[in-house]
Design a binder for this molecule. Structure first.
Ligand SMILES: Cc1ncc(C[n+]2csc(CCOP(=O)(O)OP(=O)(O)O)c2C)c(N)n1
Ligand SMILES: [Mg+2]
Length: 567
């Protein structure tokens, strides 16, 4: 701690200065009376870009994706009461995908707290569950400490920090401001890898399960997997770290996973999970030996039992383990090539299926064939996640992002606009009609800042993922039909160029046209709602569910009846 001679600063200006020093380039939000002093400080500073979103949820999603992409800190704000309540969903996305976000919120002035004042909401209480650090600031002198601490905690814990400022405090001058370090201390762990090396040496069929924590480590993963013959399976946030067309890459694991991915895990005798908070317990059997490498000491054993927990970054782990294990001549990934080939043939067949309207799988494949190296694809929650997760074959250098842990609808448009502002490479948002309608107001933001985002709408006029859930659960189809506007016309109304595809004949041409377009573009595809995604494994109960739903529909619950009931 040292003291500054700068007498001219108020609390809001100190916040902006600290954010700039911690590398925050953009801050997303909507102004309001209790946060106006912060907005004014942002304007005066000129060193941080203010992105005016149209709904605070969009701002929080944008900040979350900004951090998920870069690994750095990002920021959003909201005014007291309603504006900050709106932030919550996007902040939960950050919490669950371990993004470092700082949320600055406004509060009624200190003399009005506790009097049921206009727009008074106890935000520190409301944000308790979503944050790693969370305080109402009650004294201007302690603000520099709290801001520095919030920044460090968000970075260190890969989570959300929240500071709630009464509006009068934001305007108070700070004399002889105390300065605190905003640098999170770099923790260096030197775990003893002898036991891990022994487990790998003894294993005949090791598999690597990689997650978002391995982003940027493709070269080390390449060497390591080749050396020990390990096939690579990813949890979805790790898609794109290794190219999908690499024969060692088996695809995803989990609900949206692949058959070879599941097969690799099933046949393995050792799972080396690196930087992944894979959430599905049922996909990993308890008798498996598991090495779990994570920077979060609590991650091992949270979802599945780890025989060897390793507290380390993926980089440190991979660079050190490679030299400690002998080269395996029998490569386990070779044993899986037949399953892998069959799976890819199956995907290709599905993509060629003729459909009523656009085949969403064909569209996802064409997007992946036409997207530039270096492009990022963001997908919303719904069947669209499935189409992109499976049929978008990411090349190395391409990135894939979505709302992994929270799986919220409406993330793709604001998330993708955040990414498109943060870097120069192309960004594509793939989003269902249900998901788009939830945060569609951000088309204004895309237009206002002329963000060259490409938005592909998979419009099947249904909440189709729920339709399939109902089938699997044996319920008739109900409550899932959507009355939609013509999205391509909506885009034009926002001033965004757009086009429509209604059949499979000209998908490539329209996709190319969109990607070549200078500036934002929305492509609406009228997709077939009846194309079913196949789970990587169909359980007997699920198959029975499909059957029961079909029978019910045929003996009284016809789609027409269901639609009428729906209204
Ligand atoms: C905010 C939110 N509300 C509800 C859900 C439950 N949900 C998951 S997928 C889905 C349907 C998505 O519909 P759409 O965006 O049209 O995509 P589709 O499945 O039709 O491709 C719903 C309602 C959710 N995940 N998030
Ligand atoms: Mg839909």
């Amino acid at each position: 701690m040292d003291r500054s001679d700068d007498m001219s600063e108020n609390v809001a200006e100190m916040i902006v200065d600290s954010l700039v020093k911690s590398g925050v380039g953009r801050i997303y939000g909507v102004p309001g009376d209790s946060i106006n002093p912060l907005v004014e400080a942002i304007r005066r500073s000129g060193k941080i870009k203010y992105v005016q979103v149209r709904h605070e949820e969009g701002g929080a999603f944008a900040a979350s994706f900004d951090s998920k992409f870069s690994g750095g800190l990002s920021a959003c704000f909201g005014t007291s009461g309603p504006g900050s309540i709106h932030l919550l969903n996007g902040l939960y996305d950050a919490k669950m995908d371990r993004a470092s976000v700082i949320a600055i919120t406004g509060q009624v002035s200190t003399d009005l707290i506790g009097r049921n004042s206009h727009q008074e909401v106890d935000l520190a209480r409301l944000f308790d569950d979503v944050t790693v650090f969370n305080r109402l600031v009650t004294d201007a002198k302690s603000a520099p400490y709290l801001v520095a601490r919030a920044i460090r905690e968000a970075m260190l814990s890969h989570g959300v920090a929240h500071l709630n400022f009464p509006v009068n405090l934001l305007m108070q001058r700070l004399e002889n401001r105390e300065r605190y370090s905003i640098e999170p201390p770099k923790a260096v762990y030197s775990p003893d890898l002898t036991q891990v090396a022994k487990l790998i040496e003894e294993s005949r069929r090791p598999v690597l399960l990689i997650g978002a924590g391995t982003i940027g480590e493709s070269d080390l993963l390449d060497t390591f997997s080749e050396r020990i013959g390990a096939p690579i399976v990813y949890s979805l946030l790790g898609k794109g770290v290794m190219a999908d067309d690499d024969p060692r890459v088996m695809g995803g694991l989990g609900l949206l996973g692949s058959k070879p991915g599941l097969s690799a895990i099933k046949k393995s005798d050792l799972i080396i999970a690196v930087g992944s908070s894979f959430p599905y317990r049922e996909y990993i059997r308890d008798d498996r030996k598991i090495v779990h490498v994570d920077i979060d000491a609590g991650a091992p054993n949270r979802v599945f039992r780890a025989s060897a927990p390793v507290l380390s970054s993926s980089h440190d782990f991979l660079s050190s383990i490679i030299g400690k294990v002998p080269i395996k001549t029998d490569k386990f990934f070779n044993e899986l090539q037949e399953t892998r080939r069959e799976w890819h043939e199956r995907l290709a067949e599905d993509e060629k299926r003729s459909t009523e309207g656009v085949n969403p799988m064909m569209l996802a494949r064409i997007l992946s064939e036409e997207a530039e190296t270096g492009a990022t694809i963001v997908t919303d929650t719904g069947n669209t996640t499935m189409w992109i997760a499976r049929h978008f074959q990411a090349s190395s250098g391409q990135r894939f992002l979505f709302s992994g842990g929270l799986a919220s609808m409406g993330n793709a448009l604001p998330g993708a606009l955040g990414l498109a502002m943060a870097q120069d490479k192309p960004v594509i948002a793939a989003v269902g009609d249900g998901g788009l309608a939830m945060t569609m107001m951000e088309l204004s933001t895309v237009k206002k800042y002329n963000i060259p985002l490409k938005i592909v709408v998979f419009n099947n006029s249904k909440l189709a993922m729920i339709k399939f859930e109902q089938e699997v659960e044996g319920f008739p189809e109900w409550g899932i039909d959507l009355y939609n506007p013509d999205f391509s016309v909506v885009a034009k109304a926002y001033g965004i160029d757009s086009d429509r595809i209604t059949g499979n004949g000209n998908i490539r041409e329209k996709v190319r046209n969109m990607l070549d377009h200078d500036g934002p573009f929305l492509l609406e595809a009228i997709t077939d709602p009846d194309v079913r995604p196949m789970p990587p494994k169909v359980t007997i109960e699920q198959a029975a569910g499909y059957l029961t739903a079909n029978i019910r529909e045929h003996v009284g619950y016809t789609p027409e009846v269901a639609q009428k009931r729906d209204r």
